[in-house]
Design a protein around this ligand. Structure first.
Ligand code: ASP
Length: 341
């Protein structure tokens, strides 16, 4: 009799611990390449091998790996962004159990991919981008810890509704705020003027604030049926710029232009003369400060209507202009988007 009770108890404990295992949150890790997938002087590591090298991930979640692409992120393009956001939607639709999406990514264009997804992923399923500054075979490689932290953030119930996030060096950044400020240090993405939104400490993941600009599930930018995005170029202003440079970009086959200006939105004479000669209807031009983290305030200092990017750096202003152009080419409506997102 005692023996039977013992066996029943054993079965009970086994099934309890077994069901605990399967109850772990399901996380989809989409790999795209970057230094986190690199070894010095060797080809990029394939997605499955990259994730298998960090077995501790299964302590937190049931992991599914999906190698989307394997490139250095300097090769990222708007077309790949479009394919990525559609791919994410298909993955979520085909498995509603997915609690979060983690994207491994190179750091060169991480700001851009994160901001693009922040504006186009029309869902509350959290997306966390993660990369590393050191290759996987360097001493103190930061990739494995960053990856574990990204999963911890992604499965945190508090991650829901905070927009796309980036986890690097124990810090959680909002996609809109993220700025790469160094190419050598593991703290390449430091706290900007607006600060981190949370931290990954050994005991727990803690969030302290939420981004207030519109994002993800609140976004009006529905790109799921698009095959490509409007083309937008960036022109860097500099002392003594020849107005022919701006004229070249204005006459190119693009639908809009971002001018990366001096700190407060001031422009060289070459740009001003060209802008003031524009016809009443011209392609939308956004002025963004070339000083990362700066803000251009107030109204347009030129007579010709242009859009002010406020605190968005030119690479993010370009993305917001591209998305705005999928809806309108009216300057005042685009300015509204720049105020809201
Ligand atoms: N070359 C890398 C990239 O793919 C740099 C990095 O990941 O840190 O962006």
């Amino acid at each position: 009799m005692k023996k039977i009770t013992f066996i029943i108890l054993l079965l009970f404990y086994w099934s309890a611990s077994h069901s605990q295992g399967t109850n772990k949150p399901q996380v989809l890790i989409i790999t795209t390449g970057g230094t986190i997938a690199s070894k010095t002087n060797a080809p990029l590591i394939e997605g499955h091998d990259l994730i298998q090298a960090v077995p501790e991930l299964s302590n937190y979640a049931t992991i599914e790996v999906d190698e989307f692409i394997n490139i250095g992120s300097s090769k990222m393009t708007p077309l790949i962004w479009l394919q990525l956001v559609k791919h994410i939607r298909e993955a979520i639709n085909s498995n509603p159990e997915i609690t979060s999406i983690i994207i491994t990514h190179g750091t060169d264009t991480m700001e851009e991919t994160a901001f693009f997804l922040n504006l186009t992923h029309q869902s509350k399923v959290p997306i966390v981008l993660v990369g590393s500054m050191r290759s996987s075979n360097e001493i103190s490689a930061d990739g494995p810890a960053n990856l574990i932290n990204a999963v911890r953030v992604g499965i945190s119930p508090e991650a829901i509704g905070r927009g796309v996030m980036v986890v690097m060096n124990d810090n959680i950044s909002a996609a809109r705020d993220l700025l790469k400020m160094n190419n050598r240090r593991v703290d390449a993405f430091p706290a900007t003027e607006l600060g981190f939104i949370g931290f990954c400490d050994p005991e727990k993941v803690t969030f302290y604030r939420s981004p207030i600009k519109l994002h993800t599930f609140e976004s009006e930018f529905n790109v799921y049926d698009l095959d490509n995005l409007p083309k937008v170029d960036i022109v860097q202003d500099f002392a003594g710029l020849d107005s022919k440079i701006l004229s070249y970009f204005l006459n190119r086959s693009n639908q809009g232009l971002v001018i990366s200006s001096f700190a407060g939105g001031r422009l060289s004479q070459g740009i001003i003369s060209e802008i003031n000669n524009l016809p009443a209807t011209h392609k939308p031009i956004v002025i963004s400060s070339s000083i990362k983290g700066s803000r251009i305030m107030g109204s347009n200092p030129q007579e010709t209507p242009i859009i002010i990017a406020n605190d968005l750096p030119s690479n993010k202003a370009r993305i917001l202009l591209m998305l705005s152009l999928t809806i309108t080419s009216k300057i005042d409506e685009i300015q509204d988007f720049f105020n809201k997102y």
